[in-house]
Write a protein that binds this ligand. Sequence first.
Ligand code: 0GY
Length: 307
Amino acid sequence: MTFEKTPGWLDWFAGPSKPRFQLPAGAVDAHCHVFGPGAEFPYAPERKYTPCDASKHQLFALRDHLGFERNVIVQATCHGSDNRALVDALQSSGGKARGVATVKRSITDQELQDLHAAGVRGVRFNFVKRLVDFTPKDELMEIAARIAPLGWHVVIYFEAVDLPELWDFFTALPTTVVVDHMGRPDVSKPVDGPEFELFLKFMRDNPNVWSKVSCPERLSVTGPKALGGEPNLELGAYRDVVPFARRVVEAFPDRVLWGTDWPHPNLKDHMPDDGLLVDFIPHVAPTAELQQKLLVDNPRRLYWPEL
Ligand code: 0GY
C-alpha cells in the first residue's frame, strides 16, 4: 500500500550533526517514534495525518549516531491502536528499546501480556484535539486499572490550556503518570505566570507525576535561528523554552525524562537537527548530576528497573 504524505509535511532531517554534548553512558532517548514503513505496517484509517516513513533501522542508526544506548518508542497517533510497527521495532532492538502503546478497552489480557513480553511498559492517552478523536474518560480509566497490575504507567499528552478541565481525571489515575513535553506550555507567557504555575503545582501535589522536558523545537516561538541567523544553541536557539524546562528539571530532578521526538511529527516551519537537540540538554540540565538523573537513572527506573 502506498500513502500520500499530508501536504506540507516535513521529512525528518537525514544528516544530523554529531552532538558536542557527550551523553553519559547508558543514556536513553525516552520519546521517539517509528512510522511504518507504511507498505509493511499501514497507517490507521482514523489517523489525522499521514507521515513520511521512519523505520526502526533509521531510528536505531540515529540512536547510535547521537550516542544514546536505548530508546523508548511511543506509539504515534498515525498508527492508532495498531501497535504492530512498535512491537516489531521493540523485538528487533535486542532489548535496547521499550515501548508505550495505545490500546482500546477491548484489548484482551493475553494481548496485554504479549505487549509486555515485547517490551511495552505504558499506555498513552492523548488529549490533543488535532491528533485524536475524544475517548470517553471512563474507558481510559478502565484501561488504566487494567495496566496498573502489570507495573505499567500512563503517558498523557495535552495542551496547557486544557489542564484545569483534565485535572481531576489525571489525579485519579492509579499509576505513575508521565506528561509529554511539559504539558505543552505557551512559552510566550511568563515562566512564573499562572498557566505554568498550575503545571508545576500539578507535579508538586502529585508525586506520581513525571514530565518529559522534551520538544523545544515544537514549543519554541523564537525558533531554531539564533543571533546571526544560524541554528546555534550557544547563541540562543530555542532560548524561550530553556527557563521552562530548566525549572522542571531543577524542581523535580527524579521525575524528568528527555527524548528527541524523532521523527518529529507535524512540524510545519522547520525540521530540527537532532544533534543540535542533544546539545540543548545541558542548557536545561546544567550539572552532571542532573544529566545523569534525566538521561540515565530516571528512564532506567521506569523502563528497565531490572538493570
Ligand atoms: C509528539 C507530538 C505530536 C504527535 C504525536 O502521536 C502523535 O501523532 O505525538 C504532535 O503533533 O504534537 O510527541 O510526537
